[in-house]
Design a protein around this ligand. Sequence first.
Ligand SMILES: *[C@@H]1O[C@H](CO)[C@@H](O)[C@H](O)[C@H]1NC(C)=O
Ligand SMILES: *[C@@H]1O[C@H](CO)[C@@H](O)[C@H](O)[C@H]1NC(C)=O
Ligand SMILES: [Zn+2]
Length: 495
Amino acid sequence: MPLHYLFIFTLLVTDISCRGFKVENRQRQLFLSRNVVTDSGQFDGGVLVDENGKIAGVYTRESIIDLLSEDEGSLEVIDGGKWALMAGGVDSHVHVNEPGRTTWEGYVTATRAAAAGGFTTIVDMPLNSIPPTTTIENFKIKTSAAKEEAYVDVAFWGGIVPGNEVELQNLVKAGVVGFKGFLIDSGVAEFPNVDTDDLEKIFTTLNGTNVVLAFHAEYPISKAKDDGQCEGCDPHVYDTYLASRPPEMELEAVSLLAKYIPRYDVHVHVVHVSAADVVPILEQAREQRIMGGSTRWRGGVTAETCHHYLTLSSEQIPPGHSEYKCSPPIRNVTNKLKLWEYIRDRRIDLIASDHSPTVAERKTSDLMTAWGGISSVQFGLSLFWTEAKARGYSLRTLSHYLSAGPANLVGLRSRKGALKPGFDADLVFFDPDASFVVTPDIIVYKNKISPYMYRVLNGKVMQTYLRGKLIYTDGEVLENPQGQLLINEDVLKKL
Ligand SMILES: *[C@@H]1O[C@H](CO)[C@@H](O)[C@H](O)[C@H]1NC(C)=O
Ligand SMILES: *[C@@H]1O[C@H](CO)[C@@H](O)[C@H](O)[C@H]1NC(C)=O
Ligand SMILES: [Zn+2]
């Protein structure tokens, strides 16, 4: 269905150059939809966007009629009809890998894929690029690689590795959203995991700050075999890999983190929860925090899970297919259903992709040695909606977990993740009734590998807007990157 431009007066955006600054003279816009999705409900109405690409107001259809009669001619009206109008998605967990492993993924391809998937902000993980984002110097290298390549907004996690406590304060000043560390081998040599001595130093350094400390929570317990060791078992069979990373590894890691939570006033976030049983452990820690008077969002104790844990289960994984490999691993259907119970009861805080691509040569059929990581930055909204719709959830649930939750985590709660006045007009038109098949030719990210290949997904991103500007329509990402790096550039320059 084509868009109806009710008023086609001056749609042209004029660039005026004055004293070296580019000032854009933009028209106000009114986005209309029979299905506007906000925190408080879904209704027939619209979103007014000001000249600076910020949301000026959210209206019901009746109040729009008044608005239109007052402002006749001065508004560009973009009518999505039955397409739902929602806040753009925020993906707080994406490995872009540039520079250093740019054959795996890069800013252009990752952010174009995000735009195609209705995600208007991504947050880049500190590892798998070379160098990793663990020092100010490295952060400069990272951000200069990203500059002018961002088709959506990009924020950055810093990394914690043994001995880099001295870098943390400056990285915060320069605008990282928080730090991520590993409690187990990360899979890449340049990003070693931290041990309990390091943790003590890191928590001490960050105590009382607003910085989020995120962890890959698996702990190497003796029962588990290391990757690559597999005596008398078949490394092509998924259960071999699954058995090498049992739920106890996640439970152990989260129990370790839970010991720090009462002693330090630091927001602790657990990324990519697979084993559902970690949720009650974190809840207990949160409860203690809140009873102790913490006013942080969710008591400063949060957890995310990923599309693959909610969509796939180990029983379905065919032998030799490492496109399903990630760590922690995709577990059985009992575990998946438990995660969905927690989603229903709002006991998990957000959902991210953990988009972690590599080249085909590293996705071998030996599941013990193949690269662990699943690419899905482009398909989050549809993956979640396919499962959620079948379970009777509304688009508000989708928006809660894929926009508001991640925006809250990464300090963008007053700017992104909701349709509210003053927020960036990052918008997506989503057709909840359309469906499509994942095929290599629609994949925009660099390496066209996916466990969802040839699956039918429900719900389709029709158009994506960043600060009111169209960035994706009719299956095409528009040229000219419009994304911004969400960092303190002036501070970074001086450090
Ligand atoms: C962390 O900071 C809080 C106050 O913000 C303080 O009560 C607590 O003792 C500190 N923890 C440690 C281990 O120093
Ligand atoms: C699923 O995995 C858990 C933990 O490994 C196990 O206790 C449970 O029996 C499994 N359920 C099924 C249906 O295989
Ligand atoms: Zn990750």
